[in-house]
Design a protein around this ligand. Structure first.
Ligand code: SF4
Length: 499
């Protein structure tokens, strides 16, 4: 029997009910003993649903003989329909899956797509590449973006070479590892060497499930099942679960070429829909994709430049991120000159996986940039996170010494807030007063963004200030300072005004 949706459905049409804090509360001791650090059991119930704490944090349900019987019920109640899988150990361990909704706007996604970079076990530059990838950190709007893991491929076909490469990686990197080989002996030999690092074993197939399954159970390791046939994939999942494997990732294949993109997309969505909307016990696992497969499955001729091939791979990876594929394996991005690929994918991922329930706002206030003197400019901006942080970074990047006055616009960006009235002369004047903006300088000049130019007249009256219209984009501020920032002249004009 096929358990998947074959007909077209509007995703999100069927929504599974989420447990309520009251249902969790009903299973707790209700003594409000505070052992968990919460004042009440109800507060604990609310935060456990937000995954801020774990069942183990309630001492009563873990130790009190009268309460222990509810432990299993509570774990069952709060386990998401798509289970999560942990790869690796320590601070860098990565959790994949564990989602409750098909679409982010229905609640939020809890775990972003994990990006693993493939490396061949016979690559002469293996150590250099691993070192580069481990230390790769990109900072963007207040977040540090990093790679999540390394997928070591047994390209050599040699068990000793695979073991050697796995050992080399764990010596120089704490990134989680996925070991990739369809030969169970080769796979298990390398996994045995680094099992304490909790690698993901890729791949279980219909031909090797028993061997790899047994090894995974003995060593408590997660496995990835690979099959292009969805019925076979979930059937293998059912078999492995009955066998005792308790962490599984599903790979339904990544296909390139005309018409194949839709097959890849459809398979991933069918698996996610079966897990999340149908709560299918065999499909209830994270889903992975391998955009790196482009390089092995498509015949690469001389008709294209190398970057055009890379482009195809990155497009597939971007599509996969957009539909919450829980883990992807890339080929492009290994080398420093391929940083563009990771920049694009990490930026997209940051946007897709931001929590829609968290207001994208920062605290209003007066922020000091560098070491401003008495005549340093005061730039005015909104408290939308994606506005304030890039503006601040542009000012810092240009080594400017100035002040940044962040006005409460309810977390809305400048252009929309000017149109919607949240960024207005009265509000800016109030912020000037509240944060004593002019106490730190010996002038009364405000620089407002070009997009808010029409507020300048009203703001001069409301804030009793000389208002200068700055550039539309903060990247133009250094040039603005160089060519247009003349505080003494502005103040002369301000002082000449009739009041
Ligand atoms: S430790 Fe358990 S019983 Fe005590 S307050 Fe926390 S949730 Fe309630």
């Amino acid at each position: 029997m096929n358990i998947f949706f074959r007909e077209k459905k509007v995703f999100g049409e069927i929504e599974m009910a989420r447990p309520s804090p009251l249902e969790v509360y009903a299973l707790l001791d209700k003594s409000n003993c505070k052992d968990c650090g919460y004042d009440t059991c109800m507060a604990f119930a609310t935060d456990i649903l937000e995954r801020k704490i774990r069942v183990q944090d309630c001492t009563h349900i873990m130790q009190d003989p009268k309460q222990v019987k509810y432990q299993e019920k509570l774990i069952k109640l709060i386990t998401p329909p798509q289970k999560s899988v942990i790869i690796g150990t320590g601070d860098h361990a990565v959790t994949v899956g564990g989602e409750e909704v098909l679409m982010r706007h229905q609640l939020t996604f809890y775990n972003q797509t994990a990006i693993f970079m493939e490396i061949a076990d016979d690559d002469a530059d293996l150590e250099e590449i691993v070192d580069y990838l481990t230390n790769l950190k990109l900072e963007r709007i207040g977040d540090v973006l990093m790679l999540d893991g390394i997928a070591l491929r047994n390209v050599s076909g040699d068990a000793d070479q695979f073991k050697l490469a796995a050992n080399k990686i764990v010596k120089i990197s704490d990134l989680p590892i996925m070991l990739c080989s369809f030969n169970p002996e080769v796979l298990m030999a390398a996994a045995d060497e680094i099992k304490d690092k909790r690698p993901l074993l890729y791949a279980v197939t219909k031909d090797n499930w028993e061997q790899i399954g047994k090894f995974a159970i003995e060593n408590n390791l997660p496995v990835a099942i690979a099959s292009s046939n969805l019925d076979e994939l979930v059937s293998l999942s059912a078999t492995l679960q009955k066998f005792g494997v308790n962490e599984i990732v599903l790979d339904s294949g990544t296909y390139f070429g005309p018409g194949n993109l839709s097959v890849t997309y459809d398979n991933i969505m069918q698996l996610r829909t079966a897990a999340i909307n149908k709560e299918d016990g065999n499909a209830c696992w994270p889903v992975m994709g391998v955009p790196a497969a482009y390089w092995s499955k498509v015949k690469i001729g001389n008709d294209k430049e190398p970057w055009e091939h890379q482009y195809q791979e990155v497009i597939m990876a971007a599509i996969m991120e957009s539909i919450d594929t829980n883990l992807i394996v890339l080929h492009t991005g290994q080398k420093k000159e391929e940083i563009w690929a990771l920049l694009a994918l990490m930026t997209l991922r940051q946007s897709v996986f931001s929590d829609p329930r968290i207001y994208p706002a920062v605290d209003p206030g007066l922020y000091k940039i560098g070491e401003p003197d008495d005549m340093a400019p005061i730039f005015v901006t909104s408290n939308y996170r994606m506005t304030k942080i890039p503006v601040e970074q542009d000012l810092q990047g240009a080594n400017l010494n100035c002040w940044l006055l962040v006005v409460d616009t309810e977390g809305i960006g400048i252009e929309s807030a000017v149109a919607g009235g949240q960024f207005n002369a009265g509000g800016i004047a109030e912020a000037v007063k509240e944060f004593n903006a002019f106490d730190s300088v010996k002038h009364r000049i405000l620089v407002i963004p070009g997009m808010a130019a029409r507020l300048s007249g009203a703001l001069e009256d409301e804030a009793d200030a000389y208002v200068v219209v700055g550039p539309r984009d903060s990247s133009g501020i250094p040039k603005f300072i160089e060519t247009q920032w003349k505080p003494e002249e502005f103040m002369k004009e301000y002082e000449s005004w009739e009041r």
